[in-house]
Design a protein around this ligand. Structure first.
Ligand SMILES: O=C(O)c1ccccc1NCC(=O)[C@H](O)[C@H](O)COP(=O)(O)O
Length: 271
């Protein structure tokens, strides 16, 4: 696959320009064959999709609780920032899975945060980053990730299929993220059952739960809709549930609370 940055001018485009440069540097430091070898010899994955399905079957929200220090829209979100403590608090609250930001320039993330969080709990963990190249998928698994995010707005169909195939060959789950009907149609061409509807437009950073109201009902019954971004209150949870999503990915609201365990429990039990 060619490592060439697209020429774009919005926030996502600026993030991707940095990401392509990062991949160029990291893949120059370690060849693909080496990182693939590490990935294929990493320990077993935890069942990300299964954890969400179990939570829903038990009548709870399937919460993917996010760990991130900062974001482009939120600025600095949590300081001091302790990934291991946050992971344990989310697990005690009943979260099904974790999502850990590993992008450094825009989210002050680090792969070390994911390793610390996963090591502190038994929950399956998604590496939340801007995946554009096979090297990153192998790196994610080598560092323990159980799932990756594929943002359709950041990928061609060819890229998305290639990255999904690699993830599946490593027994990782894939969360395919969409923000409009065209991206949803493309995501449904992938094998994954996990379809994330991001209420945040990653180009403008405008967040609107109406995106979920519109798109989630269009997701076929054999897929698992995941509502993402801008979810703050039990009423938000019920709204997305009415649209058809019982799995939710929540970050900033939880991370801004002094007691993240109580805050997560409040959303998980909102139905
Ligand atoms: O959050 C941002 O500002 C952002 C900007 C550009 C690309 C991605 C971005 N965020 C990723 C996410 O979508 C969220 O981390 C995730 O869905 C959780 O959202 P929230 O609960 O609103 O923190």
């Amino acid at each position: 696959m060619n490592v060439a940055a697209p020429i774009l001018s919005d926030t996502l485009a600026r993030i991707l320009a940095d990401k392509y440069e990062e991949v160029r540097e990291r893949s120059a430091a370690m060849p693909l064959s080496e990182v693939e070898h590490q990935a294929r010899h990493a320990g077993p994955t935890r069942d990300f999709t299964g954890a969400l399905c179990s939570a829903v079957a038990e009548g709870r929200v399937g919460l993917i609780a996010e760990i991130k220090r900062a974001s482009p829209s939120g600025g600095l979100i949590r300081e001091p920032f302790e990934p291991a403590e946050l992971a344990r608090a989310y697990e005690r609250a009943g979260a099904a899975c974790l999502s850990v930001l590993t992008d450094a320039p825009w989210f002050q993330g680090d792969l070390g945060h994911m390793v610390q969080a996963r090591g502190a709990c038994a929950l399956p963990v998604l590496r939340k980053d801007f995946m554009v190249h096979p090297w990153q998928v192998f790196e994610a698994r080598a560092m323990g990730a159980d799932a990756i995010l594929l943002i359709l707005a950041a990928l061609s169909d060819e890229q998305a299929h290639e990255l999904e195939d690699i993830a599946r060959s490593l027994d990782m789950a894939v969360l395919a993220e969409v923000h409009d009907a065209r991206e949803l149609e493309r995501a449904l061409g992938l094998e994954t059952r996990l379809i994330g509807v991001n209420n945040r437009n990653l180009k403008t950073l405008v967040t609107d739960l109406a995106v979920s109201d519109e798109l989630i009902p269009q997701i076929p019954a054999d897929r698992i809709p995941v509502g993402e971004s801008g979810i703050r209150t039990p009423e938000d949870v019920r709204r997305l549930c009415r649209a058809g999503a019982r799995c939710l990915l929540v970050g900033e609201h939880l991370l801004r609370q002094p007691d993240v365990e109580e805050a997560a429990r409040g959303l998980i039990t909102a139905l």
